[in-house]
Design a protein around this ligand. Sequence first.
Ligand SMILES: [Zn+2]
Length: 179
Amino acid sequence: MDPRERVFTTIMRILRGLSVDRLLQILSSTKPFIEYFKGFEKAGAVKQIFGERTESVLQSLRVELTPLGGYMRVSGADGHLIVSSRYLNNGDRIDIYLDVIHELVHVSQFMNGKELFDVHYGYTERPTEVEAYRHAVEEARRLGLSDQRICQYLKTEWMSVNDLRRLAKILNVDCGQTA
Ligand SMILES: [Zn+2]
């Protein structure tokens, strides 16, 4: 091995050890949150989540667009936001807005060291989910959405009727005949 190759190999080993390559990979495939989502720092619901840190948190938050399906989620590895590009382009604007509120609660939970995907709970019972839904529903009410519309928002394809019923009850949303 010639000296230059030796140096290169050593550098690569150090980079791998520090996971710098992974960090660079994330930075290159993500964009700042504020490039996709404008004005969220002014929303009362968001200030309620982050308080005085609202602007600095949103400024450093990164968003990864994925061509894969789904809606939105927070990376359990580093707390960045992962958004389906199809959902962002075609989803209902109000649903997307409420989802961002929901996910920002998860960002805050991640920053506070909470376990986002605690498998000891079902999805609709997990304390981190209930807290995120509470913020979203509160904001939905502030926007003047009816219980029927909020219920429609809560309903997802991976939620059983019983799950929806339980979640609606916890959140005090009247789903009427739909749940
Ligand atoms: Zn969630």
